[in-house]
Structure formats: structure tokens, C-alpha cells
Design a protein. Structure first.
Length: 168
């Protein structure tokens, strides 16, 4: 007999049938990082999702896994998170709304980075610009301080808001 629904007893005393979902395969280590001759399934994740390595993930093709990677693991774009005999599920970085600040020099760059760091926000430093995840209040504060700020949608490689920005 195939189990397709669970009968749940509700607090009201009524019961209702819920679809049965099997426990997904638990992934505690990353597979060999070789996708030769395999169909590539993109796994698009934002900066926060690439650091949340203890959760359920449902891929575009409906396959579900339970990520249980060691705390502190960061999934960088290009990482194979799951493999079958025919498919490789590879992390891709999602575009995210960001603020871009273009400092006029090294001193201004240091002042901006210090200000943003004091707010416990991470910065993705590029050659001539500082990139931080978009927050309306941060945008207003930077503008009030006299800095030129623009919005953009791009890959953010820094730590997301809420992660430990003091950790390297």
C-alpha cells in the first residue's frame, strides 16, 4: 500500500488529510566537483541562501534534498551541491538589489566602509566602488552624508544582512 496522505488531528478536534511528503535525502558533504557528461541543473541562490546550509532545498526539476552541511560552509557559484548518475545541481548566484557607492578616493572609501561596517553590513569591494545589499534607510543615510549612491541589480558576494559580519 502506497501512503499518499497523512491524517492530522487538529486542535479543534477535526481531522484533515495532508499530502505525505517523504523525508528528502540528507546531504552532509558536497559531492565530487566534476560534472563531466552530466546534465546541469542550475540552483539559483542569493547571498543569504548560499550561507544557509542546513535546510530543505527543492530544485527546479522538483527534486528535494535536505542540506546538512557543516556550519560555516559557504556555497560559492559553481559548486555542485548534489549529483545523480545523470544530473549535477550547480549553484548560481542570483541577481540582488544592491546599493553602489563610488568613492572619490582612498580616504572617502575608508570612511564609507567604516560607516557601513558600524551598521554590521557587509561590503563587496570592487576596484572603484563599494557594493552593499539594498536597504532604503541605508541609501538615505549615505545620501545625507553626501555620497553618490545608485541602485543596481547584480550578484552580491559579501555576507547578507543578519549574518555575522565580524567573521572573516
Amino acid at each position: 500500500m502506497k501512503l499518499t496522505h497523512l491524517n492530522l488531528q487538529l486542535a479543534t478536534g477535526q481531522s484533515r488529510a495532508e499530502p505525505f511528503t517523504a523525508t528528502p535525502e540528507k546531504i552532509e558533504t558536497l559531492p565530487e566537483q566534476n560534472a563531466k557528461d552530466l546534465q546541469i541543473i542550475p540552483v539559483v541562490m542569493n547571498a543569504e541562501e548560499r550561507r544557509k546550509v542546513r535546510r530543505r532545498v527543492t530544485f527546479l526539476d522538483g527534486v528535494e534534498i535536505g542540506l546538512a552541511l557543516p556550519t560555516g560552509t559557504v556555497l560559492i557559484p559553481g559548486t555542485i551541491v548534489y549529483k545523480t548518475s545523470a544530473k549535477a545541481y550547480i549553484v548560481e548566484a542570483a541577481l540582488e538589489r544592491v546599493l553602489v557607492v563610488r568613492p572619490k578616493g582612498l580616504v572617502e572609501s575608508a570612511k564609507i566602509a567604516h560607516f557601513i561596517g558600524n551598521l554590521h553590513r557587509d561590503i563587496d569591494m570592487q576596484a572603484d566602488e563599494l557594493v552593499v545589499l539594498y536597504e532604503p534607510a541605508l541609501e538615505i543615510r549615505l545620501q545625507k552624508l553626501g555620497y553618490t549612491v545608485s541602485r543596481d541589480d547584480r550578484v552580491f558576494m559579501g555576507r547578507p544582512t543578519g549574518s555575522d559580519a565580524h567573521q572573516l
